[in-house]
Design a binder for this molecule. Structure first.
Ligand SMILES: *Cc1c(COP(=O)(O)O)cnc(C)c1O
Length: 397
């Protein structure tokens, strides 16, 4: 059993704050500052360029990739860290399209995060007028997996509502129709058990600054199924994905397996912060995380519906069909969220009217949920959100 009291004690959470936004930016592991200090002072400061060899910096992207692989059901040696998620989406979709050359359509859904759709729009524009992005409603995806589709690109868990796709069933259906799959795990990795190998997913990508707590700007990861690892061509063919970067050949030759999905120099300081978080994740069993996440979300829904009648549930009621977040519709949701944040309950807002709350068992427990609902009830019943300063929109909502 995962000891959640022990994991909670390993995070730095400001006194008096109930942090329900770990689905957007995870909190800092207490050991992160010391871990990063060590990399800055003892490695960069003392070793300088020799750190690439002596401190093992060059192997960090695959070493940490293996630790993430355990959380997402990937085969060891098939996940690598680097770049941002948007870049990894581009790489995965470009590689998948090339593996299915007689077809030109990328299928996705309107619940996807806009950046994923933007990246594909940009990619197909470069590929030429034969290519198309087809975006359908989330519940219509299955009906649109047709024999002209090359790649199905979906985010498993909807960032606004938390609605979860059935990765196993959709991947199986896609394969039966000759379609390759790219799964975005931004709201899955560290939120719920994922079984990439068991589902026979072709490609997957995800970020680490949400549930995996690597800090702002932490690197993304990419997974390529072993059967595609040596035949996928990385559209972004950077020198660190080359078979022999330090031969400085004038032409590109892809490295073996997942190594070829590397692009440029890895972000060593961010990877150090991520390592501190992975030390905590190593203590966690994803089945325990899932069970507690569903219990916390269910409790929140029951309490909010009983005490805040103006909020309507935007997330699936059935925990098995949700990620690790709960969202409610409220027309004045932005102002209500600001009023909550002013009282120490931190969630976020997604246009047009969604108040979003993330539940992260490593550091959120039942007492936090109950305390958060007490404050939410006060904000709602006494309309504490109705003050001019709570209506002023910040750049990041
Ligand atoms: C958070 C998120 C992103 C963000 O991409 P970055 O390049 O890391 O800024 C992209 N896609 C999805 C599905 C996300 O949830």
């Amino acid at each position: 059993m995962t000891d959640f009291a022990a994991t909670k004690a390993l995070f730095s959470l400001p006194e008096g704050m109930i942090y329900l936004d770990g689905n957007s930016l995870g909190p800092m592991p207490r050991s992160a500052a010391e871990r990063v200090r060590k990399t800055v002072e003892d490695e960069w400061g003392e070793m300088l360029i020799t750190g690439w060899n002596k401190a093992g910096w060059m192997q960090q992207p695959t070493a940490i990739g293996d630790r993430i692989a355990r959380l997402i059901g990937a085969e060891p040696g098939h996940v690598v860290m680097g770049d941002t998620l948007s870049i990894k989406v581009y790489q995965a979709v470009a590689a998948a399209l090339e593996l299915n050359p007689t077809r030109k359509v990328v299928l996705s859904d309107s619940g996807n995060f806009p950046s994923d759709l933007y990246m594909v729009e940009g990619l197909i524009k470069s590929l030429g007028p034969d290519y198309a992005l087809r975006v359908v409603a989330p519940e219509e995806v299955s009906a649109h997996i047709t024999e002209d589709v090359a790649v199905l690109m979906l985010t498993e868990v909807d960032y606004r509502t938390g609605r979860k796709h059935d990765m196993r069933a959709l991947t199986e259906q896609a394969h039966a129709a000759g379609v390759l799959t790219v799964w975005d795990l931004a709201h899955s990795a560290g939120a719920l058990p994922v079984d990439l190998a068991g589902c026979k997913a072709d490609f997957a990508v995800g970020c680490t600054y949400k549930y995996l707590n690597s800090g702002p700007g932490g690197p993304a990861f990419i997974y390529v199924a072993p059967r595609h690892a040596d035949t996928s061509r990385p559209a972004l063919s950077g020198w660190l994905g080359h078979a022999a970067p330090f031969d400085f050949d004038l032409s590109y030759k892809p490295g073996s397996g997942i190594e070829r999905m590397r692009v440029g120099t890895p972000p060593i300081l961010q990877l150090a912060a991520l390592e501190a978080s992975m030390d905590i994740w190593d203590m966690a069993d994803m089945a325990d995380v899932r069970a507690k996440s569903i219990a916390l979300c269910d409790l929140f829904i029951t309490e909010v519906e009983a005490r805040c009648p103006d909020l309507t549930l935007a997330s699936p009621r059935d925990g098995r069909q949700r990620g690790s977040q709960v969202s409610f519709h409220f027309a004045q949701g932005y102002a209500a969220m600001q009023a909550l944040i002013a009282r120490g309950v931190v969630g976020d807002f997604r246009a047009p009217d969604i108040m979003r709350f993330g539940f992260t068992p490593l550091y959120i427990d039942e007492a936090d949920v109950r305390a958060a609902v007490d404050i939410l009830e006060d904000v709602m019943t006494n309309a504490l959100w109705d003050r001019p300063e709570y209506h002023m929109r910040n750049a990041v909502t």
